[in-house]
Design a protein around this ligand. Structure first.
Ligand code: UT7
Length: 324
């Protein structure tokens, strides 16, 4: 049997027009631009318009990813969308994206792993493509995360924003892919830590949407440890090391987490793609947003080895290695 590999052929992203700066946040809660910059690196966040839902953001990112891949929507036969903030309880937001892109046939579904969602979605789509079930996938991370924030809780509301990012993943033979393609993934969860980061509502519990609750400093410590062990796991699996990595494209939660992980894993600062200043933590959207930023400004080039990682509610965490 021919070995099939999944290759990222296009990236795209979208941030809503409306921006809230740290100065704006200081008029909403007791905070300062200095505190937010020093503790997180965040300078501003984007907020979806009242009439924009998660699938609207996802469609814009997906259209851009398809355009850069030179692939038309009707070639897509799989959509895996990571989100914590779906348009509706059901159907899956991925099916709304499918309809809005005019895609008929194939399958579309959501993955829920909060801030690690994009890596869980990428792992899912990669596995499905490798098994030969479908040929061309859109893997999307999209969030209207600001809709589940408690705007009176300064410990969380200053951290998050809305946005979407997408990649086009195609199933290719080794001859077609060359050096490119997804190399390996590592994903893990620990449900026993859910009380450190969760939403205090839900369909079957309170019947409400609820708001984000987090014990930030504890999440921080677990994040650095879990992410580092996930990176070590993908290195062990492939025999690669930080020296081989061209670009580190992490989940964008906090600049201090990025710095701590880069230091612990001996990754050069110059290899880190950081966009957290510009949009804050956009949960599942943050990795494809950062990836697309690096590709669009010409830093990330075809053939480059990318290391990605994430950590979020659940706890969920993971890492991926792929050659763009
Ligand atoms: O992506 C999902 C995973 N989530 C994360 O990765 C988030 C991980 N956690 C973090 O990024 C950081 O823990 C935070 C940015 C959330 C907080 O930074 P910290 O350095 O861990 O601060 P802290 O929670 O220990 O709080 C220090 C102080 C507290 O005041 P006291 O008790 O020392 O008087 C907080 O009340 O900072 C206070 N504080 C604020 N002050 C001004 C908390 N939020 C704010 C704020 N503005 N927005």
């Amino acid at each position: 049997m021919t070995n099939i590999r999944s290759v990222i052929r296009g990236t795209g992203s979208y941030l809503p027009d409306r921006i809230l700066t740290n100065e704006d946040m200081s008029k909403i809660v007791d905070t300062t631009d200095d505190w937010i910059r020093e503790r997180t690196g965040i300078q501003q966040r984007h907020i979806a318009a009242d009439d924009q839902v998660t699938s609207d953001l996802a469609v814009k990112a997906a259209e851009r990813a398809l355009a850069t891949a030179g692939i038309s929507a009707d070639q897509v036969d799989l959509i895996v969308l990571a989100t914590t903030t779906p348009d509706q309880t059901f159907p899956a937001t991925a099916t709304a994206v499918q309809a809005k892109l005019g895609i008929q046939g194939g399958a579309a579904f959501d993955v829920q792993a909060v801030c690690s969602g994009f890596l869980f979605a990428l792992t899912t789509a990669d596995s499905i493509l490798k098994n030969g079930l479908f040929k061309t996938a859109l893997v999307i991370g999209a969030e209207t995360f600001t809709r589940i924030l408690d705007w009176s809780d300064r410990g969380t509301c200053v951290l998050f924003g809305d946005g979407a990012g997408a990649v086009v993943l195609t199933a290719e033979t080794e001859a077609e892919a060359g050096e490119r393609g997804v190399l390996t993934h590592y994903i893990r969860t620990d449900g026993a830590k859910s009380e450190l980061l969760y939403v205090d509502g839900g369909v079957s519990s309170t019947g409400t949407i609820g708001h984000v609750r987090m014990i930030g400093n504890q999440v921080f410590k677990h994040a650095v440890a879990n992410i580092s062990s996930a990176i070590q796991a993908v290195y062990d699996e492939t025999g690669l090391t930080s020296n081989s990595v061209d670009w580190f494209v992490p989940h964008q939660a906090n600049q201090r987490i990025l710095n701590a992980v880069a230091k612990r894993m001996s990754l050069d600062e110059g290899k880190v793609i950081s966009t957290v200043a510009l949009h804050g933590n956009t949960s599942a959207a943050s990795i494809p947003l950062a990836l697309d930023a690096g590709v669009s400004d010409g830093r990330i080039k075809p053939g480059h080895l990318i290391l990605s990682e994430a950590m979020g509610g659940g706890f969920s965490w993971g890492a991926s290695l792929f050659r763009l």
